[in-house]
Ligand binder design. Sequence first.
Ligand code: ATP
Length: 268
Amino acid sequence: MTVLKTDHMTMRFGGLTAVKELNLEINQGEIVALIGPNGAGKTTAFNMITGVYRPTEGSIYFEEKEITGLKPHEITKRGMARTFQNIRLFKELSVLDNVFIANHLHLKSNFFQAVLGKLQPNFLDKVIGERRYKKEEKEILEKCYMLLEKVGLLDLKDEKAHSLPYGLQRKLEIARALATEPKLLLLDEPAAGMNPKETHDLTGFIRQIRDDFDLTVFLIEHHMQVVMDISDRIYVLDYGINIAQGNPYEIQNNQRVIEAYLGVTEDA
Ligand SMILES: Nc1ncnc2c1ncn2[C@@H]1O[C@H](COP(=O)(O)OP(=O)(O)OP(=O)(O)O)[C@@H](O)[C@H]1O
């Protein structure tokens, strides 16, 4: 099944076309990379797919249903999650609390509102609500523990997020994304800031979570070794234009891609 499809997806900022008529097609279970030099339009493409920007032109389909123009939280609810180039964690909160909070999209009872005193339930509702809250809290905690175990952070669950080394903060971000139970996971530069050992382990880690959580993965990455090791297929952007697509071997040997990366012009 096609999990993600974009049809002539375009984003203009004034006179600048950051992404031009991009056609992507990503299938269930694939690991696909989006690469390109700085400013090529990769993050803009992610921002359109996840609802941060509405495309100026073109359409986006998730699991064959149109999602163009939906809000980010609506897209998350349908089963898409992302991490960010600049890590976004609650830095003063513990590792566990960071994952716990990320579950809120899946809570059936509105306990966050209740906790904040915004709801005034009658006595019976309150008793039932509290019982349900306790049951849900227990279930969520179990899920958080499972997620932290999967990403190798269970032993650090009580540490503050900001005290973790950068590479582990990235893994915590991934655990937070997994907490929303996505089918498609978008990773924006997962290797950034990782040390050589973490970078080396990243390929196995991403494949493992893809298999364990039945995911499809779409990632932006600058680290070419990671891209070539991990990707089933690669799309290349240059100045907003999709100049190539193919498997790692095809991309490594594509003259247009080599020129885009080396900055060679056609008359040079
Ligand atoms: N909100 C915005 N307003 C105006 N221009 C923008 C905006 N966001 C991005 N751009 C421009 O669009 C182009 C593509 O930027 P984008 O961040 O998508 O590239 P990128 O491939 O993700 O780059 P990098 O690898 O450096 O993160 C750039 O020229 C950038 O300056």
